[in-house]
Design a protein around this ligand. Structure first.
Ligand SMILES: Nc1ncnc2c1ncn2[C@@H]1O[C@H](COP(=O)(O)OP(=O)(O)O)[C@@H](O)[C@H]1O
Ligand SMILES: [Mg+2]
Length: 382
């Protein structure tokens, strides 16, 4: 949909902010520009909506050169979100969101109705409608910024470090929300960040840029992590890229054991029957099947298990939904080296050893990129 073709931007002082950049931004997905400060991300983004004009090269939207269409029409087709949201401080939240529809001549009622709908869409309580931006938290303001950009339903969203100023917990929530909105609305999103973790989490395609506006690599996140193009990209990805790559492989294929599990009211026969030579521990659940903790079979008192003496089970992972990374994390955190898999209802689906997870990881790495096709499902769940 958006195509950047041999684009260079030279500022009047001679700075080359973007150097002969070419890439295609796929429709209805999230393309991330990531790179260190000053590498030309903002300049590139602003050339897409003509806040900055290229020195050389062309940008096309649906095959048409963007310089050949009225700049207002172009901008109306592209919502724009910046860091700290850039809200109008003297306008209420609802009127901030209704800004563009009002400019387009919608009635006040219609524009406000649309704004209310969008507040819900971005996870904002309707009770905030009449407040002013300074009365909201940073994360809430950022959601207002996204709602405002979506108000006239533009096919494209341009986002420049939109979540960089909020704390990590709030940021994670905003990222999840953006992925959800993208899934529901199918917008074409161009997202700028300097945070590689953010890029890998939300990007369908990631463009890694280096100083001087050079494109270092343009690839899906799983491929960046498995096959960095050069030392710069590898360095930028960080030391733990092997572990992070596991986020792209589902835990669904893991072989779970269901034998070494007993309920808290288990009889002596059940404890004996469920003990296995190769599994030194039993997982104890409550009567609903939710995990309580691990124990060696010999330490369990039939009919009256002392739950205070159980070993903790760490954080269980949701089988079928979470990634191999989540499963491995769970096993590593577990004092027994075994991970607990649960279903969506929190009930134990089975247990799996570090060793079995290790084998699955080796298979996943060997199968390599073919699994990246399933990446979207796995990575949303982390
Ligand atoms: N108006 C300007 N005039 C001159 N140089 C600029 C201007 N805007 C940005 N630059 C320079 O262009 C380079 C790229 O800037 P920018 O696109 O803002 O990078 P990023 O968003 O990746 O941090 C930087 O070296 C920056 O200092
Ligand atoms: Mg910038």
């Amino acid at each position: 949909m958006i195509r950047i073709d041999s684009v260079t931007k030279r500022y009047p002082d001679g700075t080359v902010a973007v150097d002969n950049l070419s890439l295609e931004i796929p429709d209805r997905s999230i393309t991330v520009f990531v790179g260190p400060s000053g590498c030309g991300k903002t300049t590139t983004l602003r050339m897409i909506n003509r806040m900055i004009e290229p020195s050389e090269g062309t940008i096309t939207l649906d095959g048409k050169d963007i310089t050949q269409q009225p700049v207002n029409t172009l901008r109306r087709s592209m919502g724009y979100v910046i860091q700290n949201a850039g809200l109008f401080q003297h306008r209420t939240i609802i009127d901030n969101i209704a800004t563009v529809p009002r400019l387009l001549g919608w009635s006040k009622d219609k524009a406000r109705a649309r704004a209310r709908e969008l507040m819900e869409r971005v996870g904002l309580d309707g009770a905030l409608a009449k407040r002013y931006p300074y009365q909201l938290s940073g994360g809430q303001q950022q959601r207002v910024g996204v709602a405002r950009a979506l108000a006239a339903d533009p096919p494209v969203l341009l986002m420049d470090e939109p979540f960089s100023a909020v704390d990590p917990v709030v940021r994670k929530g905003l990222q999840d929300e953006l992925l959800r909105i993208q899934g529901e609305l199918g917008k074409t999103i161009v997202f700028v960040t300097h945070d590689i973790d953010e890029a890998v989490k939300i990007g369908t395609m990631v463009a890694v840029m280096r100083t001087g506006g050079h494109l270092a690599q343009f690839a899906p996140p799983a491929e960046l992590l498995s096959n960095p193009a050069d030392a710069f990209v590898e360095d930028f990805l960080g030391a733990d890229r092997g572990i992070r790559r596991l986020s792209f492989f589902s835990s669904a294929g893991l072989d779970l054991l269901t034998t070494p599990i007993v309920a808290v009211d288990a009889t002596a026969e059940q404890i004996a029957g469920r003990s296995a030579k190769d599994v030194p521990y039993l997982l104890v659940t409550d009567v609903d099947g939710k995990p309580l903790g691990w124990s060696e079979p010999g330490a369990l008192t039939a009919g009256d298990i002392d739950t205070a003496r159980l070993l903790p089970y760490g954080r269980p992972f949701e089988h079928d939904k979470e990634s191999l990374r989540a499963a491995l994390d769970c096993a590593v955190l577990s004092p027994t080296g075994w991970a607990v898999a649960v279903g969506a209802d929190g009930r134990v689906a089975g247990v799996v050893s570090q060793q079995t997870i290790g084998e699955a990881i080796r298979t996943a790495h060997a199968e390599g990129r073919s699994d990246a096709d399933d990446a979207d499902d796995a990575k949303v769940a982390g």
